[in-house]
Design a protein around this ligand. Structure first.
Ligand code: ADE
Length: 432
């Protein structure tokens, strides 16, 4: 059973998955070990991830390890339909179609849950929230109309879950704080080998790629406003500067604001930046960071793009209320004409631009993120008796292992500590 666009797309999907695999050496090495050792034999995995070529390689690695897998898309606009088709031909049950509406999106999540999973892989925590929805306050916030009645009956069978993204981890920590988390979760996002590379270099490149694809925007000489200076914002700001933009950072955290300033960017409140920007890119992980009061100040022709996980960062309701007309300027670009004649352009319905208008992060960085995922799934299975209902960091050994294998694959040899240096680092006696 599957729910995909068109099985005839499978051949194209297979070629693209094979191409990505060439650039995912760490995940490939784990796949080989999984094939040999079958650490996930008969483990049922329900995955809700962006259906991309990189995700396909993760899914195939888990399958090689013996897992039985169902996959749903983690965003209505991020599914690559040829990948869904290829995975179905590989024997994976997939429930994802690019352009599905919110109701279909949640129905797909329901479908992966009917397998009664042992492990959940989530990106944004919609699946974990769906399982918890009865006891969790946070789920109501997202979409009360499509809320399921919860799946308490599944909880005993779930060994644990992995969460891929910052927004999902923030939600899970809220669930943990409410004492409502019902199974252990590993915050894969927070692994160094994930966050410092996928979030920074992955988002930095793919967000700009998506904007260029949708608009053919020239970054050189433009005023580009980045909202949020976490790892993603840092990456986007640095890449936009690399293309010659004058970058402005809007950030609420004082330390990150200082960092942005000393990184050489102008820092200011959103209301001021709104007057200057040619392009606005949100990466804040929060709701309505760009809203009515800002739209009122923007220049004619300003472009609005979101690279955060959910489509809540740009207040589209405000934009719709203010517009006298809304029309499609071109694929993935909606024009909002305001009463005074100014036109604002919203990309991909405010959904994450890097996956809606481009391919998502390059395989090289997803290699590490998904190596962390694969080893974390194995860790959950091996430690299921010991783990408590908490949000765990990725064990340091896994993080180090992924970094070491990546360096090896890149042919980079690094300096090693001498015995004397190790001793020094473990002692307190020696000073000036
Ligand atoms: N998130 C961002 N980029 C991605 C990709 N290429 N595949 C899966 N998830 C992603």
């Amino acid at each position: 059973m599957s729910y995909i666009k068109d099985i005839k797309l499978a051949d194209e999907g297979k070629k693209r998955i094979a191409w990505a695999e060439r650039n995912m050496p760490v995940l490939s090495s784990i796949k080989k070990e999984f094939e040999r050792d079958k650490p996930l034999k008969d483990v049922k995995v329900a995955a809700c991830l962006h259906v991309t070529v990189e995700t396909a390689n993760l899914i195939l690695a888990l399958k090689a390890g013996g897992a039985k897998i169902r996959l749903a898309g983690s965003n209505p606009l991020s599914t690559q339909d040829d990948v869904s088709a290829a995975l179905v031909e590989e024997g994976v049950e997939v429930f994802a179609i690019r352009g599905e509406n919110d109701k279909e999106y949640y129905e797909c999540i329901e479908k992966i849950l009917t397998m009664e999973p042992n492990v959940i892989l989530d990106d944004g925590s919609d699946t974990i929230a769906t399982v918890h929805s009865k006891s969790s306050k946070i789920f109501d916030f997202w979409d009360p109309t499509t809320k399921s009645s919860g799946h308490e009956e599944l909880i005993d069978g779930i060994f644990g879950a992995c969460e891929e993204t910052t927004t999902g981890v923030v939600r899970l920590r809220a669930l943990e704080k409410d004492n409502a988390l019902k199974f252990p979760v590993i915050a894969v996002n927070d692994a160094k080998t994930k966050m410092m590379f996928d979030n920074r270099y992955g988002t930095g490149q793919s967000a700009l790629h998506g904007i260029m694809n949708a608009t053919n925007f020239l970054f050189a000489g433009k005023d580009v406003v980045i909202i949020g200076y976490g790892w993603c914002g840092r990456g986007i700001a640095s890449r936009a500067r690399g293309l010659g933009s004058n970058v402005i950072v809007v950030e609420t955290d004082p330390t990150k604001s200082l960092e942005a300033s000393m990184d050489g960017f102008r820092v200011m409140p959103m209301l001021e930046a709104a007057k200057i920007g040619d392009l606005f890119i949100t990466a804040a992980g929060d709701i309505s960071v760009v809203r009515r009061e800002h739209f009122e100040e923007m220049k004619d022709g300003a472009i609005l793009a979101n690279s955060g996980h959910f489509n809540v960062e740009i207040d589209i309701e405000d934009l719709e209320e203010m517009a006298v007309s809304v029309s499609e300027a071109k694929e993935n670009v909606m024009e909002y004409k305001l009463e005074d004649g100014r036109r604002l352009y919203l990309l991909a319905e405010g959904r994450l631009v890097n996956l809606s208008c481009a391919y998502g992060h390059p395989s090289e960085v997803m290699d590490m993120s998904f190596a962390d995922q694969a080893l974390s799934v194995k860790y959950i299975v091996e430690n299921k008796e010991k783990l408590e209902n908490k949000v765990y960091s990725v064990p340091k050994e896994i993080d180090d292992e992924v970094a070491t294998r990546k360096l090896e694959a890149m042919g980079i040899e690094i300096e090693r500590l001498t015995e004397e240096q190790v001793k020094y680092l473990n002692s307190w006696e020696m000073g000036t």
